[in-house]
Structures are given as C-alpha cells and as structure tokens.
Design a protein around this ligand. Structure first.
Ligand SMILES: O=c1ccn([C@@H]2O[C@H](COP(=O)(O)O)[C@@H](O)[C@H]2O)c(=O)[nH]1
Length: 306
C-alpha cells in the first residue's frame, strides 16, 4: 500500500524529506545547457533535454538517501510537449532508481473531468501519488479516491498551503471553525477509506511548513493522514517549524524542499565548496543537512518533553 511503502522508505533511509524537482532553466549549470543546446538548439527541445539531464544528476546523487521526489509539473508544462516529455522521463528515471514519485499537479475540477486527470496521473505506472485541490468540494475527489484504492496510489489534498496569502481564504472563520479546519475534517473522513497496516492512510494532506501553529491543530484533526509539507528552506521554514507536522513517533510527515536543495551549488553556504560541475553533490550535501536538522529537532523535542 502507498502509505506503508512511504513510511517504510522513510524509516529505512531515516529521512523524512522529499526533493522537489522544480528545474528553472536560468539556474541550471551552463555546462548542462551548453551540451543540450548544442544537440537540439536553445528551444523547447533543448531546454527540456537540459532539465531532464539536470534532474538525472540530482536523482543519481540523492536516490540512496531520500525516500521520494516531488515533481512540480508547472516547470515542464511551460515548455509544451517537450517539457511534458521531460516530466514523464524524470518520473520514470526516479522510479527506476527506486524512489517514490509524487507529481505535484494540484488538479481540481468537476468529477467527470477529475476522472480524466486521475486516469492521466494515478493510472500511470511512473507516478505514485499526486496533489489535488479540494476547494470544488468532496464530490470532485471521488475519482481520485477510487483510483487510490484500485491502483494502490497516494493522494495529498491541499489543506493549509505554505504561501503568505493562504490565510485570506483558508483561515476564514465559519460557524464550525476555520475553512482549513473544515477541509481537514473532510480529509480525515476520506483518509479512513485507504488506511494501511502502519496506521497511516494513502490519502494525506498538504500542510505548509510555514504555519507551525496550524500544523499542531491539523495533526490532531487528521491523525491518519500523512502530511506533505512544503515551505522548508527557500520559503523560510526551518526544522523547528515542521516538527508539529509529525506524530509522537516522528512519523506521519514528509518535508519537501525544492530550490534550496537542487540549486544548493549556487547558495552562499555551498558555493565555495562545490563548483557548478558538482551541483548534484551540493544537492546531496544540502538534503543531508536538512535531514540532520529535522532529526536533531526530533531529539530536542524528546528532551524538552522529558
Ligand atoms: O502549499 C504549498 C503546496 C505546494 N508547494 C510546492 O512546493 C514546492 C516548493 O518549492 P520551494 O522551492 O522549496 O519553495 C513547489 O513545487 C510548490 O509548488 C508549495 O510551495 N506550497
């Protein structure tokens, strides 16, 4: 089952992090771009080739230390059919390397259209899980829930997003609590339909790392949902900020970092240690640092609780 596989992979690698493959062409090392552009030209084909080769390097450098990758489709969609090809080739390569593949597609539409989205992603063997937007209502999620059960896949439903403006809608107060709490009650109910043997469901929630207090509330409302936690690193959240997303056994969440990891070679911290040719080693160093910080925060929480 998806949730059991994810938890086993997190435990095996002792690492509750996911690397976000969000390639921005301007930040990809020149030597990769040069080779791709010489082959195909500086066009959608050349750019997509550069993104794929860049991703391959990152995957090769991290596959033994992280359980999963998250691929944000927007960075590929922008280059049309060539970009989409790079998206699927990246997913296939990550799968070949034994990684769990989360496609960050944030889909949401009426149920019979959602059925097509679900077929496209959840019935694709290279994709293990997707993100969806629940704000059109519970009925729109039925096709995804069906495919999660039928094809043993995972779903992460947006509950409290990491962006600065997420509160303008999600924190609005209703007669029964905030909007995000109401979405969480719905996710909790749905999550019971796909519970694995380790107590967690294959239907989880997206909870931003940037909202520590909300995470504490949400962990209580959705005890069986695995949280996919974006916002670490480039958006400012730290290991201390994500700790409320985890249960008392330090399980139940997976923390994403995209820019901060894949472009680590350009950062103040690593730029004097790794050249652009070593961008993948820099990504590995950054993700190991992130893993260390989160594991240290677990230890700190345990000692503070004693
Ligand atoms: O609430 C959300 C939901 C999804 N995301 C996605 O996570 C990554 C964040 O990238 P960073 O470079 O680590 O900031 C990106 O793919 C977003 O689409 C999010 O940020 N917040």
């Amino acid at each position: 089952m998806f949730s059991d596989n994810l938890i086993h992979a997190i435990k095996f690698k002792n690492n509750p992090t996911v690397v976000g493959l969000d390639p921005r062409i301007e930040s990809i090392p020149e030597f990769i771009k040069k080779a791709a552009f010489n082959k195909y030209g500086n066009n959608t084909k050349g750019i997509s080739e550069a993104m794929y080769n860049f991703n391959k390097g990152i995957i090769d450098a991290v596959f033994d230390v992280v359980p999963a990758v998250k691929i944000q489709i927007a960075f590929y969609e922008v280059y049309g059919a060539d970009g989409i090809e790079a998206f699927y080739k990246t997913a296939e390569y990550a799968k070949e390397k034994g990684l769990i593949v989360i496609a960050d597609v944030k889909r949401g539409d009426i149920a019979d259209v959602a059925e097509m989205y679900s077929k496209a992603y959840l019935q694709n063997p290279s994709i293990d899980a997707i993100t969806i937007n629940p704000y059109m209502g519970e009925d729109t999620m039925t096709p995804y829930i069906h495919d999660v059960i039928e094809y043993d896949k995972g779903l992460f439903i947006l509950v409290k997003t990491s962006n600065v403006g997420s509160g303008t809608i999600q924190n609005l107060k209703t007669m029964n609590g905030t909007v995000y709490e109401n979405v969480a009650y719905m996710v909790d109910k749905i999550s019971k339909l796909a519970k694995g043997s380790l107590g967690y469901s294959s239907i989880g929630a997206v909870v931003g790392a940037t909202y520590k207090e909300e995470a504490k509330i949400l962990r209580k409302i959705m005890p069986s949902a695995i949280f996919l936690v974006p916002g670490y690193g480039a958006q400012g959240a730290t290991a201390e900020d994500v700790i409320n997303c985890f249960d008392e056994n330090n399980l139940g969440a997976i923390v994403n970092s995209s820019r901060k990891v894949i472009f680590a070679y350009k950062s103040q911290y690593w730029k004097d240690v790794y050249s652009e040719y070593e961008y993948a080693q820099a990504a590995r160093a950054e993700v190991l640092l992130m893993m260390g910080m989160i594991n240290n925060a677990f230890l700190k929480r345990r000692y503070v609780a004693c």
